[in-house]
Design a protein around this ligand. Structure first.
Ligand code: IDP
Ligand code: MG
Length: 139
């Protein structure tokens, strides 16, 4: 995958609250092009694998049950400087610390239920994109 791409999930809380359209609007307005997208639901094994780096953290069980409790929107996004610019657009992990106007400030309920995922590096964007999409579903 080219390094001008990042991977996102609109997490179960965002989907439950009907925020898919509003969040996609902000993503488009910020100049990201959607190059893959689907509504899907992660299994427990999926979420444990996706978040394996956090497996020793005290919140891991809570994170896995949250991320599997309902559908998510998985998407690949393209823009110059995609990874860093998308992290800026979503804001800090904890919405109390997120900048005004960021997606997490607007739509996240808490540090755990924080509405959106954004890859933290080009390498992880490629891994996470490949976790959810096959080559023929990436444009
Ligand atoms: P990030 O999503 O901003 O990159 P990470 O530290 O990678 O944040 O954590 C992954 C996800 O784990 C967060 O988005 C959030 O859903 C959850 N999480 C992180 N820290 C906590 C916590 O202290 N309590 C509960 N859940 C957390
Ligand atoms: Mg992270």
């Amino acid at each position: 995958m080219p390094t001008n791409r990042t991977f996102t999930m609109l997490k179960p809380d965002a989907v439950e609250k009907g925020h898919i359209g509003a969040i996609l609007e902000k993503i488009n307005a910020a100049g990201f092009k959607i190059v893959a997208m689907k509504l899907t639901q992660m299994t427990t094994a999926d979420a444990q694998a996706f978040y394996a780096i956090h497996s020793e953290r005290p919140f891991f069980g809570e994170l896995v049950s949250y991320m599997t409790r309902g559908p998510i929107v998985a998407a690949l996004l393209e823009k110059d400087n995609a990874v860093a610019d998308f992290r800026t657009l979503i804001g800090a992990t904890n919405p109390d610390e997120a900048a005004e106007g960021t997606i997490r400030k607007l739509y996240a309920a808490s540090i755990g239920e924080n509405a959106v995922h954004g890859s933290d590096s080009d390498a992880n964007a490629a891994i996470e994109g490949a976790f959810h999409f096959s080559g023929r579903d990436m444009f």
